[in-house]
Structure formats: structure tokens, C-alpha cells
Design a protein around this ligand. Structure first.
Ligand code: C2E
Ligand code: MG
Ligand code: MG
Ligand code: MG
Length: 288
């Protein structure tokens, strides 16, 4: 009986598996054309400096306008791009475009770009960054790079040297999604980050899980001792904003301030952030 069922399961899953692999294969073919067909667009999401009550930075979040599927999430296509070796050219386009966009923003507002671990293994990274800053006229201090713990997993001397060279240009380095990877603390010792971004899962739980609050408190205290900024990710309500401010976070990011939006919406996002600071808005921005 088990054998019969097993055979039935096999027959049932095989075509479905095929369909999924087909879909992935088609997406891969489309992704190979996407850059040349100018289907990528950078959305931006503000980070609020909690000491000054002003937007300090916009994070660049990549979107793919697929001709038939609409907007595809980076959660879906970034891993695929990493697998098929496209992340380096796509990532280079993001760095150049983000610097060009940021060069026209109000004085003092920085841009943060996410980097894939694979970009660190490319010898071109440093010259791409230097080239993007030169071409845009954006000061190095106005560019921030976000890397996750996985980028440092290899933690080779080459990775460290690359980070140090980028840092020497004056570019800021942030650790993204802190608390979700491995051996977080040893990375903070091996490299002088400018900022720690506390993963949104801790912020979400802060209202009813004591251990999440304890972790936020510990990270902000650690950050302040090490001279690093601490950003709370995923702040959706005025209560959460108040909470992370009281726990010592120096920056907040999340749907309360704005969802990620196209570059043309920067003025509207600055306006909304001011209304949040004034206490006139306490709910997350609706999905558009
Ligand atoms: P991330 O760098 O941690 O970016 C934050 C993600 O959280 C974004 O998702 C953002 O839209 C979402 N988010 C922000 N505030 C809130 C909130 O209040 N509530 C909730 N539920 N979500 C919030 P997104 O834009 O889908 O990006 C997902 C991930 O894709 C990013 O996570 C980043 O790891 C990656 N990614 C995006 N753009 C790029 C890129 O240009 N290069 C690389 N290598 N990775 C990218
Ligand atoms: Mg990020
Ligand atoms: Mg993050
Ligand atoms: Mg994330």
C-alpha cells in the first residue's frame, strides 16, 4: 500500500515540479534581458534620524517591471540573479543610478545601497564605487553600503581589505538585518561598521515579547559604546517609533514613515516624515 501511494505521489509531483522549473527557467531568460531593456527601477524608502527628527537617508530598493508579471520583488529575483551571475552587472547599475539620483537631493541626505555577498568577490567593486561617485558628483560621505552577515561568512582577508578600502574613501558601511545571521558579534569586532540595522522581526515583536525588547536595548547600547548608529527596521506604528526611540535607536525606517516609492516621490516622502514627527500620522502607509 505504501508502495502504491508512493508511486501515486511520484506521478503527482513530477509534472508540478516540471512546471515550477519551467517557470524559473522562463524568469531566468527574462532576467537576462531586463537590464538591457531598462526594466529596473530603484524605489526609495526614508530613514528618520531620531535625534534631529529629520530624514537622514533613503535606502535604494530595486524593483523589476516585468513585461507580463508586473512588479517582481527583489526577494524573488535577487537570489536568481546571484545564481546566474547577473548580480554584478545589476548591482553596478544600482550603485551608479542611486548615486546619480542622490546627487540632486536636499543637502545632507544620503543614499544607502544594498550589496550582495557576491559583489564583494568581484575585484571591480572598488572601481565601480569610485566611478559612480565621480560621474555623479556625490560626496563619498553621502553613500552608504548595506551588507548582511552572510556577506562576511567567508570573512577572508580579501573581504576585509575590500571593506577597509571602501571605508577609506569616506563611504559609510552598515550591517543589515542584524540578529538574523551567524556570529554577529565577531563581525562587529573585525570591522568598524558605522551603523547596525536591527532586523524588523525584533521591532515587530517589541510590543509583546520581552526578549525582543531586551535585544533591541542591548544592541543600541552596544552600538553607542562602539560609536555606531542603530537603525530600527520595520517600524509601522507611532507606538513602535516611540518604543525604539526610548530604547536608544538613533534611526527608524518602516511603513510608518513611508513604503518604498519611486524617486519622483522623494518630496512627498519628506513631507510625510515631517507629519509623522509632528505626531499627525500614527498608522502605516497603505499599499499603493
Ligand atoms: P532589506 O535591505 O532588509 O530591505 C528592507 C525590506 O523591508 C524592503 O523589502 C522593505 O520594503 C521592507 N520594509 C521596510 N519597512 C517595512 C515595514 O515597516 N514593514 C514590512 N513588512 N516591511 C518593510 P524589499 O524592498 O522587498 O527588499 C527585500 C530585500 O531585497 C532587501 O532587504 C534586500 O536584502 C534585497 N534588495 C533590495 N534591493 C536590492 C539591491 O539593489 N541589491 C541587493 N543585493 N539586494 C537588494
Ligand atoms: Mg537593506
Ligand atoms: Mg534590512
Ligand atoms: Mg531584509
Amino acid at each position: 500500500r505504501a508502495k502504491a501511494e508512493g508511486r501515486r505521489t511520484y506521478r503527482f509531483f513530477e509534472p508540478e515540479m516540471d512546471a515550477r522549473m519551467q517557470a524559473r527557467r522562463f524568469l531566468e531568460l527574462d532576467l537576462r534581458e531586463a537590464l538591457g531593456r531598462e526594466q529596473f527601477e530603484i524605489y526609495y524608502q526614508p530613514l528618520l534620524n531620531l535625534d534631529r527628527g529629520e530624514v537622514s537617508c533613503f535606502e535604494a530598493l530595486l524593483r523589476w517591471h516585468h513585461p507580463t508579471r508586473g512588479i517582481v520583488s527583489p526577494v524573488e529575483f535577487i537570489p536568481l540573479a546571484e545564481e546566474i551571475g547577473l548580480i554584478v552587472p545589476i548591482g553596478e547599475w544600482v550603485i551608479r543610478q542611486a548615486c546619480l539620483d542622490a546627487a540632486s537631493w536636499p543637502e545632507g541626505i544620503r543614499v544607502a545601497v544594498n550589496l550582495s555577498p557576491i559583489q564583494f568577490r568581484s575585484a571591480r567593486l572598488l572601481s565601480t564605487i569610485v566611478g559612480a561617485l565621480d560621474a555623479s558628483g556625490l560626496p563619498a560621505s553621502h553613500l552608504e553600503l548595506e551588507i548582511t552577515e552572510t556577506a562576511l561568512l567567508a570573512n577572508t582577508q580579501a573581504t576585509l581589505t575590500m571593506l577597509q578600502q571602501i571605508h577609506l574613501l569616506g563611504v559609510q558601511i552598515a550591517m543589515d538585518d542584524f540578529g538574523t545571521g551567524y556570529s554577529s558579534l565577531s563581525y562587529l569586532r573585525s570591522f568598524p561598521f558605522d551603523k547596525i540595522k536591527i532586523d524588523q522581526s525584533f521591532v515587530k515583536d517589541a510590543e509583546d515579547v520581552d526578549s525582543s525588547v531586551a535585544i533591541i536595548r542591548a544592541v543600541t547600547s552596544l552600538g553607542s559604546s562602539l560609536g555606531m548608529q542603530t537603525t530600527a527596521e520595520g517600524v509601522e506604528t507611532a507606538e513602535q517609533l516611540d518604543r525604539v526611540r526610548r530604547e536608544g535607536c538613533t534611526e527608524a525606517q518602516g511603513f510608518l514613515l513611508s513604503r518604498p516609492l519611486p524617486a519622483r516621490d522623494i518630496p512627498a516622502m519628506l513631507e510625510r516624515a515631517r507629519a509623522v514627527v509632528a505626531g499627525d500620522i500614527s498608522e502605516p502607509a497603505p499599499e499603493v
